[in-house]
Ligand binder design. Structure first.
Ligand code: GMT
Length: 374
């Protein structure tokens, strides 16, 4: 199939999932055309059957707000014709599915579009009164809709009062690439052999509660030697760096910024802290689990669909810094239990979230949608 893909190309779960999906599909012989304002971070242009089409937005002085959604729609229609696309797959409803709807109308031919909902497009943006009608409309108009968790599907149907079939296709990892590897030299760059390596991985937005991650680590560090790797970047980073110094753990916390090879950092980690206010899925938890790193996370949104409490990680109420720190310490003081939990996490990923099992579900949906138009 020839598939047009649109996502937010910057760091963020939805863009990562869209890119990884595209790469997996290309490996399976499909032709993938990414259409966006920038090349997605993890896209490898050397990979066969992967193409990128940049959307440039005109900055005419009359436009106080550059009309990206329209430029995107035009580009989608243009690429649909030049590359003879079979369908469009957009990640994140706003504004991508609206642009896809317009592109469909512009081409005047059967150009189905599939919308994958990732979370904040529904829980924050879509539910905003100013976007609600158009979000609802574009979901209803999609030829296929997927959500990354049952939680997100149910919330979407409820909040938008929709009668629409939404397929739950969970996020995934490439299980051969995402696996723990011994990297002693990298580990020693951050920690002594006696120290634990704890990681936090996010885009440092308020919803991630990065300050909780630091407070949890401060409590852990009082009971067990360790280092914290803060991986990612975003609006709350400067405040977090300040708080780390205030908490007296500044010398034990590394702010690494955005990293492309997170496989390496997860391979040297013992635990992941994910104290988010909300996660419709929690891709960071899944990526950690693939590396045998149990997540200490919050029991929110779709996270319980990923992490089994007490088996492959620990789940706590939002803000329960004490509980999360105590659970982490208990595991660090019991290496056998920590190893067992890490292995259970990996097994859970292998059974439920490997690309080899998830990608065919997207292919089946594409075929189903195309068949209904035939
Ligand atoms: O969480 C973010 O800030 C980024 C956001 C996005 O749209 O990129 O992540 C959402 O999609 C990810 C990939 O499907 C999920 O793993 C995250 O849980 C979800 N974030 C929220 O629901 C807050």
């Amino acid at each position: 199939m020839r598939i047009g893909v649109t996502c937010y190309p910057t760091y963020g779960g939805s863009g990562i999932v869209a890119t990884e999906l595209g790469k997996e599909l290309a490996e399976r012989g499909h032709e993938l055309h990414f259409i966006s304002y920038a090349q997605p971070i993890r896209l490898d242009m050397a990979q066969p059957r992967i193409f990128f089409h940049e959307v440039s937005v005109s900055n005419y002085p009359l436009f106080d707000f550059p009309p990206y959604a329209l430029a995107l729609a035009s580009k989608m229609a243009e690429v649909a014709e030049s590359a003879r696309l079979d369908l469009l797959h957009v990640h994140y409803a706003i504004p991508h599915s609206v642009s896809a709807y317009l592109a469909q109308a512009i081409t005047g031919r059967k150009l189905p579009f599939i919308t994958t909902l990732h979370g904040t497009d529904i829980t924050l943006v879509g539910a905003d009164r100013s976007y609600l009608p158009i979000t609802r409309f574009s979901i209803a108009a999609s030829d296929g809709v997927t959500a990354i968790s049952r939680y997100l599907r149910d919330r979407t149907l409820r909040e938008f009062d929709l009668q629409k079939e939404i397929d739950v296709i969970p996020n995934f990892v490439n299980c051969s690439r995402y696996r723990r590897r011994p990297l002693p030299e990298l580990r020693r760059r951050f920690a002594a052999d006696s120290e634990a390596v704890i990681s936090h991985l996010s885009n440092f937005r308020p919803v991630k509660r990065v300050e909780d991650a630091l407070r949890i680590f401060a409590r852990i560090a009082a009971g067990h030697p360790g280092r914290l790797l803060m991986i990612g970047d975003g609006p709350d980073r400067a405040g977090a760096e300040h708080l780390a110094r205030q908490l007296g753990i500044g010398d034990r916390v590394y702010f690494l910024g955005k990293q492309e090879r997170i496989e390496e950092y997860l391979s040297i980690s013992d635990l992941l802290l994910l104290p988010s206010q909300l996660e419709s899925f929690g891709l960071a938890a899944l990526e950690a689990m693939a590396h045998q790193v149990p997540p200490i996370a919050t029991r929110v949104g779709g996270v319980p669909e990923v992490v089994e409490d007490g088996v492959s990680g620990g789940l706590f109420e939002v803000g329960d810094v004490e509980g999360m720190a105590a659970a982490a310490l208990e595991l660090l003081h019991s290496p056998a239990r920590l190893r067992q939990m890490g292995e259970a996490a990996r097994t859970r990923v292998e059974k439920n979230f490997c690309a080899r099992d998830i990608i065919p579900r997207y292919e089946a949906l594409y075929r189903k949608v195309l068949a209904t138009l035939a």
